[in-house]
Design a protein around this ligand. Structure first.
Ligand SMILES: Nc1ncnc2c1ncn2[C@@H]1O[C@H](COP(=O)(O)OP(=O)(O)OP(=O)(O)O)[C@@H](O)[C@H]1O
Ligand SMILES: [Mg+2]
Length: 277
């Protein structure tokens, strides 16, 4: 039976619905030709404006799930619906943005031309494009670097450019695959502050993949913990720390420490399983 929302509260609109999702890969003949089940019977939903972190050990199928939502690869079973409509592999959904794990900037384009790329493709007039790019550069704290090429930027700066390159199209749904995974602790914290400030003003629906519990707690409203491969949903935790959040001081609070240790144990069990394979 569908649940009835309490009187006076609107039912949240479901944006992403994943039901009994399954994906296996067959390795090449010279690698044994065996089947690897990456994701098995994964189900969850994400409501409008929620920031959800998908947390789990390496190889548990996080990127595979993201790639299926992005229609880049096809599932073997189950269903994905975005705004109630089943996704069709290979048919991109216009209002979804994807920030990849590695920065995928064009090395031959400057910062401003990288950030403005999607607007160029969409045929946005040059003057409007310039204004939007300028604002994005400012929001990312990159003033003065617009004419630089990616090779002259630090890793953190490149990730800011990647982030703004996706956000400039104002996607309603944002998929992020460990976008800060390669950064050092301080640069990562800095990126958390940038992302929190941007997101707390726009409240897109976000599915953020990470294996870093601290990062998930800092950013998300909910943490979906996945089991070691084959990836299933093990537990779903609510992260109800007040917003706006401060990426640095949040980590000093008791509520952060309590939730951290609650999830840490469960995550540790999955790391251990991954290592004993
Ligand atoms: N194209 C592919 N062909 C064959 N196997 C694949 C392919 N993509 C993923 N896999 C396998 O599926 C499993 C899940 O991979 P996936 O990249 O989704 O993991 P992940 O959770 O994102 O890991 P990480 O945290 O290391 O990025 C792994 O065992 C991987 O080897
Ligand atoms: Mg991955």
């Amino acid at each position: 039976m569908p649940s009835i929302p309490p009187e006076g509260t609107a039912a949240a609109r479901c944006r992403i619905e994943i039901e009994a999702l399954r994906k296996s890969f067959r390795s090449a003949a010279h690698q044994g030709g065996g089947e690897v089940v990456a994701v098995d019977d994964a189900s969850f939903r994400i409501d409008d404006g929620e920031f959800v972190a998908l947390l789990g050990p390496s190889g548990c199928g996080k990127s595979t799930i993201l790639n299926m939502v992005a229609t880049l690869i096809a599932p073997n079973g189950g269903a994905i619906r975005v705004d109630g409509v089943p996704v069709v592999p290979g048919r991109p959904i216009r209002h979804i943005g994807y920030v990849f794990q590695k920065d995928t900037l064009f090395p031959w384009r400057t910062v401003e031309d990288n950030i403005g790329y999607a607007l160029e493709l969409a045929g946005v007039p040059a003057a409007e494009r310039r204004l939007k790019v300028e604002r994005a550069i400012h929001q990312a704290g990159l003033d003065g670097f617009g004419r630089f090429y990616p090779s002259s930027l630090s890793g953190g700066m490149r990730q800011r450019v990647s982030l703004m390159r996706t956000l400039i199209s104002e996607p309603e749904i944002l998929l992020m695959d460990e976008p800060f995974g390669a950064l050092d602790t301080h640069t990562k914290l800095d990126m958390h502050s940038v992302l929190l400030e941007l997101w707390e003003n726009t409240r897109q629906t976000v599915l953020f993949v990470t294996h870093d519990l601290g990062e998930a707690l800092t950013l998300a409203d909910r943490i979906i913990l996945m089991s070691a491969r084959p990836g299933r949903v093990k537990q779903d935790f609510k992260v109800d720390f007040a917003r706006p959040r401060n990426a640095v001081t949040l980590r000093e609070t008791r509520e952060y420490a309590e939730l951290f240790s609650k999830i840490w144990h469960s995550l540790g069990e999955e790391f251990a399983k991954g290592h004993s394979e």
